[in-house]
Design a binder for this molecule. Structure first.
Ligand code: AKG
Length: 280
């Protein structure tokens, strides 16, 4: 079994990047302050109690992927200001996205902010790569998406800590679903509540099995390059009224701003102008 490096919050960004380059993922402790973690749990309480476990999709692929006793819901920026301030705008996660995604586009936006709460008895999810969402866009050596799994409760090997196969971020780009890995090849992202596991869109990973009686509360936040379509349609959920109350960078990350390519192309405009004009 491998171990992912666990860094203190005071570690330098260069250390974060070095471990991500080497292993495809790294854990940073205290990525969300304790008060903010509690606030997010409180803001999301209605989502936890009001969302049935399992998939909403009737497609077999998603039934297997989403699990039978895992609660998932999105729209977190509409539900929690603390989510916006401490997860969407998390400085370490934003720095990781700047570092890996800005070499492949002029900007990036939220792919999804998603609760992934793994319940008792849940089986391990099949191993996969997040970049497989965009099979037409994957390229050797270039990131299109990066993620952070925030631990809203303690993550342990027994309760479903994310399983990562370190080093697989360097394998050739191709769709990988259901990758087989031996116990010796994998690492478990065991981490205390408030930590986050930052990881490459190319590293093979999946939710672990939960063999305990309790729930593992995870919150996945990922960004995708601005020229690709995200998994979650954020501006259809975060209303313009709500967006107007958020910091300008949060608005852009949520799709209430436009994309300007380095070559001058502009997309996601409103009447030929940057969508941010809606807020002036
Ligand atoms: O819940 C986890 O630990 C990881 C889940 C995951 O990778 C996914 O659903 O894409």
């Amino acid at each position: 079994m491998f171990e992912l490096k666990t860094l203190e919050r005071s570690a330098s960004l260069d250390e974060v990047f070095a471990h991500m380059d080497n292993d495809g993922g790294v854990i940073v402790k205290n990525l969300i302050p304790e008060e903010a973690r509690q606030q997010i749990m409180e803001d999301l309480a209605a989502g936890f109690s009001g969302t049935k476990p399992g998939t909403k999709s009737e497609l077999e692929l998603w039934e297997v992927f989403h699990g039978a006793n895992t609660v998932r819901f999105c729209g977190l920026s509409a539900r929690s200001r603390a989510f916006v301030e401490h997860a969407l705008l998390n400085p370490v996660l934003n720095a990781v996205a700047d570092h890996y995604l800005l070499e492949n586009g002029a900007d990036y936006w939220l792919n999804t902010g998603q609760v992934m709460a793994v319940g008792p008895g849940e089986k391990a999810q099949y191993l996969h790569r997040d970049e497989a969402n965009w099979p037409e866009a994957v390229q050797q050596g270039k990131e299109i998406t990066v993620s952070c799994m925030f631990a809203l409760s303690d993550f342990t090997k027994e309760n479903g800590a994310t399983v990562v196969v370190p080093g697989t971020q360097g394998l050739p780009p191709e769709v990988i679903r259901g990758w087989e890995a031996t116990e010796e090849e994998v690492a478990y992202a065991a981490m205390p509540a408030g930590s986050g596991m930052l990881y490459s869109g190319r590293v093979i990973h999946g939710a672990g099995a939960n063999e305990t009686e309790g729930w593992r509360y995870g919150m996945h936040v990922s960004f995708v390059v601005g020229w690709l379509r995200p998994e979650e349609a954020s501006p259809l959920v975060v209303t313009q009224e709500r967006a107007a109350t958020l910091p300008p960078r949060a608005r852009q990350l949520l799709g209430w701003g436009s994309y300007h390519s380095k070559e001058g192309g502009r997309t996601w405009l409103v009447d030929f102008e940057d969508a941010d004009r809606l807020f002036t």
